[in-house]
Design a protein around this ligand. Sequence first.
Ligand code: C5P
Length: 410
Amino acid sequence: MNRLPNILLAVTGGIAAYKSAVLARLLIKSGCQVRVMMTAGACEFITPLTFQALTGQAVHTELLDETAELGMGHIELAKWADLVVVAPASANTIAKLAGGFADNLVTTVCLATDAPILIAPAMNQQMWANVIVQDNLKKLRQFGHHVISPDSGEQACGDVGAGRLPEPEDLCERILAFYARRQIPQSLLGKTVVITAGSTIEPIDPVRFLSNHSTGKMGYALASACRDAGADVILVSGKRVVLQTPYGVKKMTVGTADEMLQTCLSVCQRADVFIATAAVADFKMASVATHKIKKTQGQESMTLELVKNPDILATICSAYPNLLAVGFAAETQDTENYAKAKLAAKRLDMIAVNDVSDQSIGFGSDDNAMTVFFAERYGELSVDLPKASKANIAEQLVRCIAKIIDKKSL
Ligand code: C5P
């Protein structure tokens, strides 16, 4: 991805302003440059000093401030920003923006910038429901601004309803996803991508199961990367995965391999691409005990009878031969030959293989390194993706997928 954006965070007057302090911190942690401007109303709820300490930058509050004009005046701020985020956006500021006012620093900068403007309204539910507020937001959308819908729930004033500023983690993810979508070629626009991720669990009895160490990180990173490339993404995830569902991705949680297969068979009916990152248990119990299996006096061993699980990827490929199918393989030796054999046996378009004898990549790690092999009909044989973060590898895999989408003429 390109460099992360310069974000100009505009804080306006509302109790949710405290959440913007956490938001500023999260954006900085994600690698963004953050500067803050505040309305007088915002300064009643939270001090500029808080944001100054968090961002390490002077906070801007005045339109006509002699000292600021020597450094970053309003025009410089407007030019510096790659993205302006108004959070929380009060009903008052929303009305001023819709009316084209330039009566304070925030409204003036919003008029003076050519950066996209993201507006995150936060207010009492009755104010949110007011037709004047809704009409102003409609105008702002028509002007090309983007609105992040507020959450519903209990409000600081005691009311319950829509109008809460989303939690900072959620806001941060939405802001970064919004920016990524504008930076990244929309190579999967209009495509539906189904991704399996994580481990399956195969019950032994009501309290025990067979599983593996897969954390789902690669599948979840791919879900974000496909979303950023414009796809509608359905993530069929093992229930032991503890990662946050990427914003905008539809997640379906499953337990066993059989459940994963049934869910995939159903959602793949309307899919264009199927990516199987899940570590599916190869075997399941021949029959699951209905009661907890008890150890008996003097018992030194136990034998479990296992039978083969369905191969989800192979089944989906033969049920939907037009799908672009991507497999993964973890190998410890002879990677190229094993990968190519799987590519042919499962009738895949592409397979990404990693050598798990290197313990610094693969299961649970934030990094990965892969070699991608393509089906012979695509002409290109293989691409090496050297060690990088799973997010970075996911972006490169999306580029590989986009290339063969064109050739497959999906
Ligand atoms: O045959 P192997 O398990 O090595 O193949 C790995 C690939 O097949 C992965 O993409 C994995 O998600 C998929 N797979 C599957 N169902 C299975 C076993 C593997 O979808 N039962």
